[in-house]
Write a protein that binds this ligand. Structure first.
Ligand code: ATP
Length: 328
């Protein structure tokens, strides 16, 4: 490896996701392995502009692989969206002899990283971390698998009460633009119907499916709704609409909310974080920049950040087919 980089900074930015701590740990330990100094930047780009830094070594990141959230904290910074803000951040980096950055976050974090890298010729590598799995160029983002397991666990519990009272439950899960959480948790938890942002089937399809399932002898049902689905109704309005059009249903609504972001990362997310963290440091030491480290069919890959930001994250249509078949 052509190594001109002596000190790497690492930060977490945007919405937090389980596995961020494991990724920080992997970055710090890879730096240690390759004899490169590592600096933790607190509160994302906001802390970068303020010089909120701490030198980290392999021992600084003990006992965090199993923890949710991010010990470096995350933030959203309006000031970093301005050239002046990014200049302030660059001054902090030069003052502290930091040669390169690993940024852990979603597409906003990557967009900021691309501007920053171009303006100041600074090597930057991104690690995708967001529970929505809505970044293209990687099969998985950090936190997604953990969130899925949290959602399935919650739906299992709701199912117990649904089946005890012959109820129909509407359950809202996260996913403004991507239906991955809804589709996968819906199949995994045996939902009757799944509404996602990528499809606009209208609520009639759902009504029809509920009528059919009632006739086939189903006594209780679960409908999983991604928060960004396209019916134009919020989940409470959806429930009211169904109540008006279908008799004999005792309907309840449950919005899972922020529990989906928390909790101990799954083993999958810990391993993914470790692979991506090591991959990020190795990419920087190879002289790469403006790339995201992602996973493609089990392989760690380097994808241009512009592709990660602008590409369309596609949902798996086969999952819809399987969901329809297994919910008859
Ligand atoms: P999530 O998917 O959880 O929302 P994210 O990384 O997309 O994560 P954002 O809040 O969109 O979260 O972005 C994080 C930070 O990145 C912003 O607070 C801002 O500091 C920086 N950022 C976002 N967009 C830009 C931009 N266009 N130019 C410069 N910086 C940006």
């Amino acid at each position: 490896m052509a190594n001109t980089i002596k000190k790497i900074g690492v930060l977490t930015s945007g919405g937090d996701a389980p596995g961020m701590n494991a990724a920080i740990r992997a970055v710090v330990r890879a730096c240690s392995f390759y004899n490169v100094d590592c600096v933790g930047v607190y509160r994302g780009y906001q802390g970068l502009m303020e010089g909120d830094f701490e030198e980290l070594n392999a021992r600084s990141v003990r006992n965090i692989i199993n923890k949710g959230g991010t010990f470096l904290k995350s933030a959203r910074s309006m000031e970093f969206k301005t050239v002046e803000g990014r200049k302030r951040a660059y001054e902090q980096l030069t003052k502290n002899n930091i040669d390169a950055l690993v940024v852990i976050g979603g597409d906003g974090t990557f967009t900021g990283g691309v501007y920053f890298s171009k303006e100041f010729d600074l090597p930057i590598v991104g690690i995708p971390a967001t529970i929505d799995n809505d970044i293209s160029g990687t099969d998985f983002t950090l936190g997604y698998d953990t969130a899925l397991n949290t959602v399935v666990d919650a739906i299992d519990k709701i199912r117990d009460t649904a089946s005890s009272h012959n109820r129909l439950f509407f359950i809202e899960v996260m996913g403004r633009d991507a239906g991955d959480i809804a589709l996968n948790s819906g199949i995994g938890a045996g939902a009757e119907e799944i509404l996602i942002p990528e499809e606009d089937e209208g609520v009639e399809r759902m009504l029809e499916s509920l009528r059919k399932s009632k006739m086939s002898g189903k006594l209780s049902s679960i409908i999983v709704v991604a928060e960004g689905e396209k019916s134009g109704k919020n989940i409470f309005q959806l429930a009211e609409y169904v109540e008006e059009h279908l008799e004999d249903y005792d309907i309840r609504v449950s919005v899972l909310g922020h529990i989906q972001r928390g909790g101990r990362p799954s083993c999958f997310d810990r391993v993914l974080a470790s692979k991506l963290g090591v991959g990020a440091v190795e990419a920087l030491l190879d002289g790469d920049s403006k790339v995201m480290i992602g996973l493609n069919h089990q392989h760690v890959v380097r994808v241009p950040l512009t592709v990660a930001i602008n590409g369309e994250a596609k949902y798996d249509k086969e999952l819809r087919r399987v969901a329809d078949i297994t919910s008859v």
